[in-house]
Design a protein around this ligand. Structure first.
Ligand SMILES: [Zn+2]
Length: 396
C-alpha cells in the first residue's frame, strides 16, 4: 500500500509540475482571460497577487489604475500592505491600496505628484508600467521610459506591439500588466525561456533543525528552532518558483525525530537534502560552516554531498560576511549519515555570539541566508550539468 501511495504521489507531483510549466491551463475559471495569458494570470491568482472582479471575470481589458498597480507590485514583492495613513492627501488610510502605496513609495518604486497627490485612480501607461517594474525588480534602465521598455523587452518580460513600437504612451490593460508582472517574478514565463526538463524530476528536501520541545541552541533570547524554520520557509518560497519539487521536513514548530526526517526525505524521492541549523559554543566563536558525511558506509553520495556543501558554504559566506569556517566532514550527523541522497547541513552562525546573533534575528539577513542556500543549490545543479541559467533571476 505504502509503495503504491508513494508512486501515486510522485506521479501526481509530476503531473502537477507538467501542467504548471508546460501546458496552457484555464485561468482559475476566468472566462475573459485569453489563452496567451492563462498561465501567467493563473500564477498570480494562485499566489493572490492579482484577483478577478469576480470568480469568473478577471477584467482583462480594463485599464490598470495606479492604486491597482501598487497593490499588484506590493503583493508580488510581499511588501507591507496593511492599510494605513500615507503621505498623500488623496489616499486615506481606508483606501484598499493605502498600505501598498505607502510601502512602494517608501522603497522608491512609485512616486507621487506635486502638491501631495498620488492620483490613485489615474490609468497607468505602458511606459509607466515599464518604469515601475524596472524599479521593483532592480533592473537598471537609465531613468527614461524608453530605457525601461528596453529593460523589459531584452529580458523577454514584455513584448512590443504589433506595429513594432512599445506603445509607451498607451494605457496598459490588466491582462498585459499581469503577464509582465508574472514574467518578472518568474523567468519560466518569459519568451524564449526553456526549462531544463530534467529539473522537473528533481526533488529538494529542506530540513529545518530541531523544533517543538527541542529549541536547539539558544542565545541572547533567540532559539535556533525558530531561526532555522523561518529561513527554511523563505528558502521554500524561492524553490517553489522553479521547476524543482520541494518538500520540508517541518513547516511548523514540531519535532520530527532524526529518523522521521531521513525517512521523509527517502519517501518523497529526494535528490538533494539540505538541513539548516545554527551553532552555539561559548559566546566568542563566530562564523558559518557546512557539513557533509564523508564515509561511504551508509550514505554513498560522498562526492556530491561535498559538492553541495561547498556550493552552499561559498554562497552563505558571500552573503553573510561572517568568518568562513569552511566545509567540514562528519562521520556522525544522523541526517547526513543515514540519508540516501546528496546531503549537506549548514550552520548559519553562532546564536550566542553578538554579531552572528544580530544576523540570525534579522528578517533581512534570514532572507539573505535563504537566497544564499538557494543559489548554492542552483550552483550545485549547474555543476552537475543542468541548464539553470534562468533560475538565478528568481531570487534577485
Ligand atoms: Zn542544530
Amino acid at each position: 500500500m505504502k509503495r503504491i501511495f508513494v508512486v501515486a504521489t510522485l506521479v501526481f507531483s509530476l503531473v502537477v509540475s507538467l501542467v504548471h510549466f508546460q501546458t496552457a491551463v484555464q485561468a482559475n475559471g476566468f472566462v475573459d482571460v485569453p489563452d496567451r495569458a492563462a498561465k501567467e494570470v493563473n500564477y498570480l491568482a494562485e499566489r493572490k497577487v492579482a484577483n478577478g472582479y469576480s470568480s469568473s471575470i478577471f477584467g482583462s481589458t480594463r485599464t490598470v489604475t495606479r492604486a491597482e498597480a501598487a497593490a499588484f507590485i506590493g503583493r508580488a514583492l510581499q511588501l507591507n500592505g496593511t492599510q494605513r495613513n500615507t503621505r498623500f492627501r488623496d489616499v486615506g488610510s481606508g483606501h484598499f491600496a493605502s498600505g501598498y502605496i505607502q510601502s512602494a513609495v517608501e522603497r522608491g518604486i512609485l512616486s507621487g505628484y506635486g502638491g501631495g497627490y498620488f492620483r490613485p485612480n489615474q490609468a497607468v501607461t505602458r511606459g509607466e508600467m515599464a518604469v515601475m517594474i524596472s524599479k521593483a525588480f532592480g533592473y537598471s534602465y537609465g531613468g527614461s521610459l524608453s530605457g525601461a521598455a528596453r529593460a523589459l523587452l531584452s529580458r523577454g518580460i514584455a513584448n512590443g506591439l504589433e506595429d513594432g513600437t512599445f506603445g509607451a504612451s498607451q494605457r496598459v490593460i490588466r491582462v498585459d500588466f499581469a503577464v509582465v508582472l508574472a514574467r518578472a517574478m518568474n523567468p519560466a514565463f518569459r519568451s524564449g525561456y526553456t526549462v531544463d526538463p530534467r529539473l522537473s524530476n528533481q526533488v529538494v528536501i529542506i530540513d529545518p533543525g530541531h523544533g517543538g520541545s527541542d529549541p536547539g541552541a539558544s542565545g541572547l533570547g533567540l532559539n535556533e528552532k525558530d531561526v532555522v524554520l523561518d529561513t527554511g520557509l523563505r528558502l521554500n518560497e524561492l524553490l517553489k518558483q522553479t521547476p524543482l519539487t520541494v518538500h520540508m521536513t517541518r513547516t511548523n514548530d514540531t519535532l520530527p525525530s532524526l529518523a522521521d526526517r531521513v525517512n521523509f526525505a527517502k519517501n518523497r524521492g529526494g535528490n538533494v537534502f539540505v538541513s539548516i541549523h545554527a551553532n552555539a559554543l561559548n559566546g566568542s566563536a563566530t562564523g558559518t560552516e557546512t557539513y557533509y558525511y564523508s564515509e561511504a558506509n551508509t550514505n554513498p553520495h560522498v562526492a556530491d554531498s561535498r559538492l553541495l556543501a561547498e556550493k552552499i558554504q561559498r554562497r552563505l559566506v558571500m552573503a553573510w560576511h561572517l568568518r568562513d569556517r569552511g566545509v567540514k566532514q562528519t562521520s556522525k550527523l544522523y541526517v547526513l549519515k543515514n540519508n540516501s541522497m546528496p546531503a549537506a547541513l549548514a550552520e548559519l552562525g553562532f546564536i550566542d555570539h553578538p554579531e552572528d546573533n544580530q544576523k540570525l534575528r534579522s528578517d533581512y539577513w534570514r532572507n539573505a541566508a535563504a537566497k544564499a542556500i538557494y543559489y548554492g543549490i542552483i550552483d550545485y545543479y549547474n555543476e552537475k550539468g543542468y541548464d539553470v541559467d534562468a533560475l538565478y533571476d528568481i531570487a534577485r
